[in-house]
Design a binder for this molecule. Sequence first.
Ligand SMILES: *Cc1c(COP(=O)(O)O)cnc(C)c1O
Length: 428
Amino acid sequence: MSRNHHPNLWPPFTSITTTPPLEQVVRGEGALLHRAEGGPLIDGISSWWVTLHGHAHPVVAAAIAEQAATLEQVIFAEFTHPQAERLAQRLAQHTHLDRVFFSDNGSTAVEVALKTAVQWWHNRGEPRQQLIAFDGAYHGDTFGAMAVGARSLFSEPFDPLLFPVARVPWPHTHWDDATVDQREQEALSALEQALKTPTAAVILEPLVQGAGGMRMVRPAFLQAVEQQVRQAGSLLIADEVLAGFGRCGTLLASQRAGIHPDLVALSKGLTAGFLPMGITMARESIFAEFLGSDPTRTLWHGHSFTANPLGCAAANASLDLLEAEPENYQRFEERHQPRLERLARHPKVQRPRLCGTIAAFDLVTDSAEGYLNPAGKILRSLVREHGVLIRPLGDVVYLLPPLCISDAQLDQCYDAIETGLDALRDQA
Ligand SMILES: *Cc1c(COP(=O)(O)O)cnc(C)c1O
């Protein structure tokens, strides 16, 4: 390819020394990305897990355009606006959480949840510092979110600056997993032990850890976690930044998991992937501790673009679509099932797993390098040659497509992966 890396761009999560020049995308439509050069690509990963109904979806696009010509932004500490009020009311109806705090992205939604939890205890006059998170967790790239996330290559330069967090194993499972009962018991024992220290909150990604490698747990495990958290009088934070808005087969993953978190972080699919926005939802009993004339009780946190009207308009349009056709996300798992079953018989495939719109497996490789495992990168370019965008997490391969993907396009994704796996097997 003749292109070079652009001299003025600094791409995220990318070593440009070892990555080929980024391709230019000029248009999106449904599940397709149209490039400046080369044919269309099927977006098998919803462009980093955000594109919900499809690229440039006309209903969402029209809602944003109309809002942009009506009210583009207003200071949210002085005013409210109809889109924010409508969105907050709808989200409260869909959950048991009455209060909606707006911010800018998934990381800030998590930061707000953490700060709210810690200050809640402070405001009650019983300060608690300990936070508990799970092995392999990913909660974002800002400092607080990084601190509750697993320590890794990504966090290494900052590790000395990250506040300490108690860690519990994440008993992730897959089809035909013989050891999961045992590992769930071990994780619950570790949690019980950790909760002996007064704990402000336990944070988890319900049903599936995303960036940690699409690592899925069973609902019963999460219910047992919640029970322990309740017994310890601690708070439960669900980071649904990835899992929310139908990704796991229900509107919120907590619903399918059967848990009732006190705080929920939302982003990614919230605006259907059109605009950056984050939301932290809280129980009324959490909000109540922030009331009063004493200024130290206030949550002194905010962002310039809080409750941006364009983002709220996009989110309301997206909720319209989700409410009108819930079967689009409710039945997605059935669409993956037969193709993943077939893929599971491939010699390069192990630990297949499925949750809602997310299908994943681990590559069989000789190397144990995790995120830097080259096999995933090789597979990614083999699959790209067949017109499909995937982005394995090291040796973890997954499909996480937009809801609009057609059966033929989904078949093409699986065919491309199968062909790529054959090539990998023959290279070995
Ligand atoms: C992506 C992600 C985040 C961070 O969201 P950003 O918008 O990238 O800051 C947090 N938690 C989970 C579970 C995520 O998948």
